[in-house]
Design a protein around this ligand. Structure first.
Ligand code: NDP
Length: 405
């Protein structure tokens, strides 16, 4: 029987997911895109119709409301819900999926609006509920989290008996021409990068001041870039699922202009997430800033350059030390030419579509709540090559590194 797919969220990532599901309509069947602002869904639907001739349905939904979500899921007849709204909506959408007994997928872990924590706890706690309802929830099926987890699982399956050290390396060398803008939702992006850094070593989390650890890494097709240690959510699940792990860290590149703006905004209190009183009104500084910044979905046409995201892994194979680097390079303008989005939305939306495709095709099956690295990475890696995110593996000498400072 023809499948039915519901996508929630019509931002930069929602646009890519809708396009890529439509391009794979043999699997996704009838596609509905629902979001808070239906005009954004309609604009995406029109672009998909004009560019690839597929008609998708659009609906309004407030994804903070479980009753509204239940109506939307039932009206769409969905077999799967792909959540690419904001992390604040993860729990309501999961609970609505459980009520409707429909599979669930997202790309970012739950975030409480008043507390920047980025942790899986409350989503993992729904494992029993999902098992009881006989449904599957797939968490973090974007690029990072998502493809980076898959790269680790692939390395574990094919290259190592034990992986000791992993560095996840995220480089965006795109230039959108604005002095300051974020490539995905500004609130989530700024919360992530202004939080304390954290990495995991010998079974413990070690906290660092924001942006206090800088290294220079050499990224293929881009070159040497300043890369800063951040906490990133995929590490929480990878420390559970990768055998023999002794240390895992995450580095992201930032340009000087971005860092100077961020420091200045932080110093004046514009990154605050608690309500303040302004002329008799309650406002959240970070939300106000988000309103002023360019919409990430509008950056597509003007962003030039490449992204390179990957993992650098060291460990043992057959008793010998081994070092590999798995990475994926995307070109912002090529992404725009294909689906009218810049590379950050593209590299998130394509893996969300792939995760959902493997679920609908029954290649990834399970009852309960899972992270992507718990499944066989091979079909996902094959789909990455087929669906626009070809990857590379570089085998290095045991002690060779691409860190140059
Ligand atoms: P955007 O801000 O561009 O889009 C978010 C969309 O969600 C908007 O259309 C917004 O509606 C909609 N939305 C927000 N609140 C609600 C609500 N209550 N009900 C219904 N719809 C709502 O974000 P992005 O597209 O950049 O990011 C989407 C998701 O992808 C985020 O969760 C982000 O963290 C994640 N992400 C994951 C990455 C990864 O690699 N794993 C990388 C980048 C992003 P409106 O248009 O009305 O504002």
């Amino acid at each position: 029987m023809k499948k039915k797919t519901l996508i929630i969220g019509a931002g930069g990532v929602g646009n890519v997911v809708a396009f890529k599901c439509a391009m794979n309509s043999d699997t996704f069947g009838d596609i509905t895109l629902a979001s808070r602002t239906v005009n954004k869904c309609d604009a995406i639907a029109k672009n998909i119709k004009d560019k690839i001739g597929i008609q998708i349905t659009t609906m309004t939904v407030d994804a903070d409301s479980i009753p509204e979500l239940i109506d939307t899921i039932q009206n769409s007849g969905a077999d799967i819900v792909i959540n690419v709204a904001l992390p604040y909506q993860d729990l309501t959408i999961m609970d609505a999926c459980a009520k409707c007994r429909v599979d669930y997928l997202d790309t970012a872990n739950y975030e409480h609006p008043d507390n920047a924590k980025f942790e899986y706890k409350e989503q993992w706690e729904r494992d029993e509920l999902f098992k009881n309802k006989n449904i599957m929830g797939l968490l973090g099926s974007g690029f990072d989290p998502g493809v980076t987890n898959i790269f680790c699982a692939y390395a574990q399956k094919h290259y190592f008996d034990e992986i000791h050290n992993i560095d996840i390396l995220d480089c965006n060398d795109g230039d959108h021409g604005y002095p300051f803008a974020t490539n995905f939702n500004p609130e989530i992006n700024l919360r992530e990068v202004s939080a304390k850094g954290r990495y995991w070593e010998e079974g413990k989390w070690i906290e660092t001041e924001p942006m206090s650890i800088k290294q220079v890494w050499d990224y293929p097709e881009i070159g040497a870039k300043d890369s800063y240690l951040l906490y990133h959510e995929e590490m929480e699940s990878l420390v559970k699922h990768i055998k023999g792990l002794k240390r895992i860290r995450f580095f992201m590149t930032f340009g000087d202009s971005y860092l100077t703006h961020m420091k200045c905004l932080q110093n004046v209190g514009m990154l605050g997430i608690k309500e303040i009183e302004h002329k008799g009104m309650k406002i959240v500084p970070m939300e106000f800033l988000s309103t002023l910044l360019p919409d990430p979905a509008s950056l597509g046409k003007r962003t030039k350059g490449k992204t390179n995201i990957g993992i650098f892994a060291k460990g043992l194979k057959d008793g010998k030390e081994r070092t590999i680097y798995i990475y994926q390079v995307s070109d912002h303008q090529e992404c725009y030419a294909e689906v009218m989005s810049q590379g950050v939305s593209y590299t998130t939306g394509v893996p969300a579509m792939i995760g959902a495709k493997l679920m609908l095709e029954g290649k990834w099956q399970g009852k309960g709540v899972f992270n992507v690295e718990e499944f066989d990475p091979d079909p996902f890696m094959e789909e990455l090559n087929r669906q626009g995110l070809p990857w590379n593996i570089m085998e290095l000498d045991a002690n060779e590194t691409r860190q140059i400072d």
